[in-house]
Write a protein that binds this ligand. Structure first.
Ligand SMILES: Cc1cc2nc3c(=O)[nH]c(=O)nc-3n(C[C@H](O)[C@H](O)[C@H](O)COP(=O)(O)OP(=O)(O)OC[C@H]3O[C@@H](n4cnc5c(N)ncnc54)[C@H](O)[C@@H]3O)c2cc1C
Length: 422
């Protein structure tokens, strides 16, 4: 009987196991998980920290017992220390090794903390796993956190700011970039979001990177910034970015690109029989054609599905990534679709405070990046139409275009989604 292994059991790992069974694989599936718990949704960590969701809600696929039984899995709790693609071997930290016929690496990513003085400060927190959520929640429940610096004006950083403000904590949001959401928001849109944040009592410290942390004798920590200034606070939450968890691979064992394991459209790596999916995999960016790891929940799920089908010998392909973010925070909805870094002509289609705010860049009549503020009803439609266009998917759905028209979206923008050059 064939034996397959899945290393890392988050969204991508779970989808792969399910897809293997759905695609008729009847052999053994061995799952390695360092949490020893059911797959978790990192997107929900800020809600669990805030106490708005119970911890169990952070496991969207149910209990580990049910998953194990329903999918017929053998679960190995504990960290994997080595995956050797050359030998198809998985070795756990306890020293036990096993050989498999096919392997999936779905170890996701972790919060990145740059090497710096004070990086292990007891007042420093990160936000990626349920353990992170539990640790920050326990600290907040002590009731002595009055001030915080959140480093990293990212989608994760802003959700942390939101939960801290809801608890009445004074917040400074800091980033080395000059504006919030530097990878996603146009400067004009970022300036509007910043105006609203300041109105809601959030202090902003942009254009200065973090250079270190210093514990204070009276308690709390000083966040040292690259311009020589420092901000004293009770806690610092570091939301600086992520790095794929790939230390378990010997150097050079699998081809990589931009940090992630390079895979083809079936999610197979440079070594036949070894697959990768989720935040640790680099797949084609539909806009640039260049491989890129785009850390999004839906991407991880779809990639896991494709990997499972491919491992089971059923043809399925991953269509490619579109860089995007759809985020709700502090009574705002910010949606960014496409690559903000691509060159293009910037145009404002609508800028109504409290109404639709829509800006985009285009190049040769093609949309490059879209920012939408305050109108989440249209975000899914615009995202779907843009993906259809990038995948060369035929005529757009007229009903969807009509819905955009009725929502007050500018006709010239709709024509771009129809594929007409302006
Ligand atoms: C606060 C926050 C907000 C987010 N918001 C959004 C959002 O709004 N929209 C969106 O699409 N995405 C969002 N994301 C990103 C999304 O959660 C991830 O893209 C997705 O969870 C990736 O799934 P994955 O399976 O690749 O990795 P993970 O969910 O990280 O799962 C990987 C698993 O592998 C385990 N593992 C790692 N190394 C080993 C090892 N050596 N041995 C055994 N096990 C190992 C890990 O512990 C983990 O359990 C957010 C993430 C965070 C943290």
């Amino acid at each position: 009987m064939e034996r397959y292994a899945i290393v890392g059991f988050g969204c991508a790992g779970y989808h792969c196991a399910r897809s293997l069974r759905e695609n008729g694989f009847n052999g053994e599936i061995h799952v390695y998980t360092d949490t020893g718990r059911a797959p978790e949704n990192p997107m929900l960590t800020t809600y669990v920290t805030a106490g708005r969701l119970p911890e169990e809600a952070g496991c969207p696929f149910g209990s580990l017992e049910n998953i194990t039984r329903n999918l017929g899995l053998t679960v190995h709790p504990g960290r994997v220390s080595l995956v050797s693609p050359a030998d198809m071997e998985v070795r756990s930290q306890s020293g036990r090794a096993a050989v498999y016929d096919k392997l999936l690496v779905s170890t996701g990513a972790r919060a990145f903390v740059p090497p710096m003085d004070g990086q292990d400060s007891p007042s420093a927190y990160t936000m990626r796993t349920m353990d992170d959520a539990r640790r920050l929640r326990a600290r907040l429940e002590r009731g002595d956190v009055k001030s915080a610096v959140v480093v990293g004006a990212s989608m994760v950083g802003i959700k942390v700011v939101e939960l801290l403000r809801q608890r009445g904590v004074d917040c400074t949001l800091s980033d080395m970039a000059p504006h919030i959401f530097p990878l996603a928001a146009f400067d004009t849109v970022a300036a509007e979001i910043e105006r609203r944040l300041e109105r809601a009592g959030v202090a902003l410290a942009f254009g200065r990177g973090i250079s270190g942390l210093r514990d204070r004798s009276e308690g709390g920590v000083s966040v040292l910034l690259s311009d020589g200034s420092c901000v004293a606070c009770d806690i610092a939450v570091l939301c600086i970015g992520t790095r794929p968890n790939l230390e378990l691979l010997p150097p050079g064992a699998l081809s990589r690109d931009r940090g992630g394991i390079l895979v083809d459209e079936t999610m197979e790596s440079s070594v036949p029989g070894v697959y990768a999916a989720g935040d640790c995999a680099s797949c084609t960016n539909l806009q640039t054609g260049v491989p890129q790891a785009v850390g999004l929940w839906a991407n991880a799920g779809r990639q896991g599905d494709v990997a499972g089908a491919s491992m089971a010998g059923v043809r399925d392909v991953y269509e490619g990534n579109l860089v995007h973010n759809i985020t709700h925070f502090m009574d705002m909805d910010f949606i960014s679709l496409g690559d903000r870094g691509l060159p293009g002509e910037h145009r404002v289609y609508s800028r109504r405070d409290g109404g639709l705010w829509l800006e985009a860049t285009t190049d040769g009549g093609e949309l490059r990046c879209v920012n939408i503020l305050d109108c989440k009803e249209i975000s899914g439609i615009v995202r779907g139409l843009l993906l259809r266009q990038l995948r060369g998917g035929g005529a757009p759905d007229i009903l969807l275009l009509e819905k955009l028209r009725r929502s007050g979206v500018d006709g010239a923008f709709i024509k771009l989604l129809e594929g007409e050059v302006q």
